[in-house]
Design a protein around this ligand. Structure first.
Ligand code: ADP
Length: 412
């Protein structure tokens, strides 16, 4: 039996899907995670690691390898990409180089690399939060996007239209990343010129440096900020063949510039004028519940494709058979979630396949830019992408999200 190591944060949304995929393929899946408190037995029985300490984690994984003889290493989330690359290197498996993996995590280094390789990127500048700000902002043309160097899920990402807003946003992001241990990542922020065009997500698989497309999602807007929730993902894309070819070409160039060679790719791009600008490249599948929805369209889970490819088996990428889409329901305001009303009406909307709320009643909600998660999801499947988008919007309109203000007795 083949044995595959999955490096995954214990709260990853994707662990379950990888467990199911490995059972289906009759592959042993060993999970390396912060497993001590996990209720999921495959995580609790896996390898206990510490994502803050790659050396100790690597050591424990190498010890476990004596028993399991891993044939492949994969990861589910951004947080595991660097460690998985180090494991791959140490065990001589086909995996990305740790330096390439690091570029998918550090936005400033990634921007510099793309620019050096001639891949179109928005103009960018690194700002040091410990130095006088107004001086550093001289000559900037607004609007710009302020973003942390190494966070994800749009946390701390803020669009600003003038210097006053920019300074306010920089102070806000400084608080959001105050706990980050790496000094450069804690004390710096990236500024990027705002790309106003349509956004898309590209999903693909890399093998020996060659990129194969799974699909392109449109992300119908508006996504103009100041904060950038994940909202609608609808596939197949309604963009022209020429635009889709440009997107694929830019993603392939970016992967080559990073030096990425193996595994899943999730990229976000924005189109402006005749160009497609890379917003980010991640070395994992699409996040959260979105990957489940892709299964409806492809008739096979993305995780199964990832496992097959990691084991060096032939991977036939299926053609998308239906139009599918998801709305990641944004958190509308700060407070305590009382209840979500209208779920049964939303489920009855034509073409809606599922509505799920991931947060329990009574939980404190924190919207972006300080928060990072979404409230739940709505899935749709229909004969056309237009109908999918329409159904998602209609179902969302049925929901009434009741949030009570939260009062803190003591100031934190
Ligand atoms: P994260 O990794 O936290 O998701 P991203 O850099 O991907 O951060 O940005 C999150 C979202 O913010 C993007 O999906 C996009 O909608 C918006 N965004 C980021 N950078 C830009 C930019 N330069 N121009 C326009 N929108 C941007």
């Amino acid at each position: 039996m083949h044995s595959v190591l999955l490096v995954a944060p214990h709260n990853s949304y994707r662990i379950h899907a990888y467990i199911e995929a490995s059972k289906h393929l009759d592959v042993e899946l060993v999970i390396a995670s912060q497993s001590e408190y996990s209720l999921v037995s495959a995580v609790a029985d896996g390898i206990q690691i510490d994502f803050a300490d790659d050396d100790i984690s690597l050591q424990r994984i190498l010890e476990a390898n004596q028993r399991h003889h891993f044939q492949a290493v994969i990861t589910s989330d951004d947080g595991g990409v660097r460690l998985a690359a180090k494991v791959g290197q140490a065990l001589g498996l086909s995996a990305n180089h740790p330096d390439s993996a690091e570029l998918t995590r550090r936005k400033d280094l990634a921007r510099s690399r793309l620019q050096a390789c001639g891949v179109p990127v928005p103009a960018f500048k690194l700002v040091n939060l410990k130095q006088e700000l107004a001086n550093q902002l001289q000559g900037i043309t607004y609007p710009v996007v302020v973003k942390p160097l190494s966070m994800s899920g749009s946390k701390g990402v803020i669009r600003v239209d003038n210097q006053q807003q920019c300074i306010k946003a920089l102070h806000r992001v400084e608080k959001i990343q105050a706990h980050v241990s790496h000094p450069v990542e804690r004390d710096s922020v990236l500024l990027e010129s705002y790309i106003s065009g349509e956004e898309v997500a590209y999903e693909g698989l890399l093998h020996q440096g060659k990129l194969k497309q799974l699909t392109i999602f449109d992300k119908p807007g508006p996504m103009e900020g100041p904060f950038f929730e994940e909202t609608y993902y609808v596939t197949p894309s309604r963009l022209s063949d020429k635009e889709q070819a440009l997107i694929e070409a830019r993603v392939a160039e970016a992967c080559a510039a990073y030096g990425l060679r193996e595994g899943p790719i999730h990229a976000e791009l924005r189109l402006q004028g005749d160009e497609a600008y890379i917003i980010e490249i991640a070395s994992r599948t699409i996040g959260g519940d979105c990957a489940d929805m892709l299964k409806f369209g492809l008739n096979i889970g993305v995780e199964e494709l990832v496992l097959l490819q990691a084991l060096g088996k032939p991977v036939d990428i299926p053609v998308l058979k239906k139009s599918v889409g998801v709305l990641m329901i944004p958190i509308p305001s700060q407070g305590v979630l009382r209840r979500v009303e209208g779920i049964s009406q939303a489920k009855k909307v034509e073409y809606i396949t599922d509505v799920g709320i991931s947060v329990r009643d009574g939980y404190e909600l924190t919207p972006l830019p300080e928060g990072s998660s979404y409230l739940g999801f709505i899935f749709a499947k229909a004969p056309t992408a237009e109908l999918v988008e329409h159904a998602l919007r209609q179902a969302h309109a049925c929901l009434n999200i009741r949030i009570a203000p939260s009062f803190k007795l003591f100031k934190a």
